[in-house]
Design a protein. Structure first.
Length: 306
C-alpha cells in the first residue's frame, strides 16, 4: 500500500519511523502501533521548507469509557465515507480509517474490544499550513492491514478464533462522494437543520442497508481538518450495537435501543457545537424523526426505547 511502500518516502528528506506498545495479553487489554513519515517540501514563500508528518495508528482494545471520547470515537469510525466489511465481519473500512469489532471472547469488563486504523497528518511552515488528510490505501488494502492486526492481537490476547479472519468478497461502496449538506440531511425524511448563509457543511451518505445506516456531517474549510458537525447511525447487528453501550440513553441524549426482528438495534444521533440548536423544529425532534424514518425503512416498529 502507498503509505507503507516506497511511495510513502517520495518527498524530499522523508524518513519513516515506528513506535509500538507491548502487545496485548490476558492482563493487558490495550496496545497500539504508529508508523510515521516525516518529510519536507520547498516553500515558495519562505526560505524555510514546509515540514509534514503523516501517521497511521493501529489500536487494539475496548471502546473509550469517557462520554466525550466515546462520541468522538463513533464519529470517526462510523463515518459516512466508510464501507461495511464483507463476509459477515462486523466493521467498517475507508481509505483513511477502519474498525473491526472483535468476538465476545475478547470483551473487557463487558465492553467490546476493537481493532482500529486511522491516518492523521500535520504540517508547519511560515503560515502554519496543515497537511490535508491522506489515504492509507484502497479499501481492500486497508482491510487486509486491519485483519492482520486483529488476528495478531487476538492471538496475543488469547481470544483468537480457530481460523484467522479474512475477506474474500468485494466491497459494496457508497454510491456518491460527499456533497453540500441538504434538506433533508442524507436523504433521511425529517432530519432537517438550518445551516445558515455561506454554509460549508458537507454531508456523507454512508452504508444504507437493513442492519446499518450511517450519515456524517462535517464543516469544511480550506487548509484545515474537517470539523465533525453531526452523526446519525442505526446499528442492528448485536456486536455493532454493543459499541454504543455506556453512553447516556434516551431520546434527549440521542441514543435509544429497541429490538427489530429479535435483534438488538441502536439509533444514535450526535450534534456538534457548531450545529447544536439548529435542528428544525429542534434537535431532539430531528433525532426522533431519524429514528421513526429509519425504523419504517427497515420494517421495525418503534420499540419501547424509541
Amino acid at each position: 500500500m502507498p503509505f507503507l511502500g516506497e511511495e510513502g518516502l517520495a518527498r524530499s528528506g522523508s524518513e519513516r519511523r515506528a513506535t509500538e506498545s507491548a502487545p496485548p495479553s490476558a492482563d493487558r487489554q490495550r496496545a497500539s502501533c504508529t508508523v510515521a513519515v516525516t518529510s519536507t517540501v520547498p516553500d515558495d514563500d519562505s526560505d524555510e521548507p514546509l515540514r509534514f508528518n503523516e501517521r497511521v495508528t493501529v489500536e487494539y482494545g475496548p471502546v473509550p469509557s469517557g462520554t466525550e471520547e466515546h462520541h468522538a470515537w463513533i464519529g470517526r469510525y462510523f463515518h459516512g465515507s466508510a464501507s461495511r466489511l464483507p463476509d459477515g465481519l462486523d466493521g467498517l473500512v475507508a481509505g483513511d480509517r477502519a474498525m473491526l469489532v472483535l468476538f465476545a471472547a475478547c470483551d473487557v469488563d463487558g465492553r467490546p474490544s476493537t481493532v482500529t486504523i486511522r491516518s492523521e497528518s500535520s504540517g508547519n511552515g511560515h503560515l502554519g499550513r496543515p497537511a490535508l488528510p491522506f489515504t492509507v490505501g484502497s479499501r481492500p488494502e486497508v482491510a487486509r492491514m486491519l485483519l492482520d492486526a486483529a488476528n495478531t492481537g487476538m492471538r496475543e490476547a488469547g481470544c483468537a478464533p480457530d481460523e484467522p479472519l479474512r475477506v474474500t468478497s468485494p466491497f459494496v461502496t457508497i454510491a456518491e462522494d460527499d456533497g453540500s449538506a441538504g434538506t433533508p440531511l442524507c436523504r433521511i425524511p425529517g432530519v432537517t437543520f438550518g445551516f445558515g448563509p455561506g454554509s460549508r457543511y458537507r454531508e456523507q451518505v454512508g452504508v444504507v442497508d437493513g442492519r446499518l445506516q450511517t450519515c456524517s456531517v462535517v464543516w469544511k474549510a480550506p487548509g484545515t481538518p474537517d470539523e465533525p458537525a453531526a452523526q446519525y447511525v442505526m446499528a442492528g447487528d448485536p456486536r455493532m450495537a454493543a459499541l454504543f453501550a455506556g453512553l447516556p440513553e434516551g431520546a434527549g441524549h440521542g441514543l435509544v435501543r429497541t429490538e427489530c426482528d429479535g435483534r438488538p438495534t441502536v439509533f444514535y444521533g450526535n450534534v456538534g457545537s457548531g450545529l447544536k440548536g439548529s435542528g428544525r423544529p429542534d434537535d431532539r425532534r430531528v433525532f426522533e424523526n431519524f429514528t421513526e424514518s429509519v425504523s419504517g425503512r427497515i420494517g421495525c416498529g418503534a420499540g419501547e426505547g424509541a
